[in-house]
Design a protein around this ligand. Structure first.
Ligand SMILES: [Fe+2]
Length: 213
């Protein structure tokens, strides 16, 4: 019989020494690794400079109903985010219980200039291992619009990651209103989508696809 891989068993026993009478226990993480890290202001500035509507459009391979999606240099992006990938490797080790020994290659990168009425439907990314999104610009008007939202989820301009089926006592989605400088990295086949908004300013993000080699 195949030995079960040691996923999630690396989490230490939860200590209950400050809770007399409570017996120590384990609980187990599973599912996709959703990693978030904050870029420094300097690095964010460098990333912002990569964003241009002058470069070629990438729309034909993307799911987004977004007019301005333009390629940026994967190498230029990689040079900026490389230090953050060290933390990603550590997170990978903790989440999956095994080191990420392969090289992380940035295959493609592009910028999304998203405006009122545009959206990204639920989708995954093909032909790569991990993907990322970095929030470059979140206009004040969008923040105001989002604050007025009173429904479920995170509302206009938010990003959602979904996994598995919705059922009681399970967490099957994580939703975030974008914060400038936040970089998310996630398995490329993790379904995600971005809700539309109505304000007349642009929400800007950089996406990238990574291959492990
Ligand atoms: Fe995407």
């Amino acid at each position: 019989m195949k030995k079960e891989r040691n996923i999630s068993m690396t989490k230490p026993l939860v200590s209950t020494k400050n809770s007399p009478g409570l017996i120590p226990y384990h609980f187990f993480y599973w599912g996709p690794l959703l990693f978030r890290i904050k870029l420094s202001k300097e690095d964010l500035k460098k990333c912002t400079k990569l964003c241009s509507k002058e470069s070629s459009v990438v729309n034909d391979t993307l799911a987004g109903v977004i007019k301005h999606q333009h390629y940026i240099s994967p190498l230029d992006l990689y040079k900026i985010i490389e230090p953050y990938l060290k933390s990603f490797r550590q997170a990978h080790q903790q989440w999956y219980g095994k080191p990420l020994l392969k090289t992380i290659i940035t295959e493609t990168a592009w910028v999304n200039f998203m405006k009122a009425g545009e959206f990204n439907p639920p989708h995954i990314h093909d032909n790569c291992d991990f993907s990322s999104v970095l929030f470059v610009k979140v206009p004040e008007k969008l923040k105001e619009e989002n604050k007025k939202f009173s429904g479920t989820g995170k509302g206009p301009g938010s990003i959602a990651f979904t996994y598995g089926e919705a059922q009681p006592y399970s967490i099957c989605s994580k939703n975030f209103f974008p914060v400038v400088g936040d970089l998310f990295i996630f398995p490329a086949t993790l379904t995600h989508f971005v809700s539309p908004f109505m304000c007349k300013e642009e929400r800007v993000s950089i996406s990238a696809n990574f291959r492990l080699d």
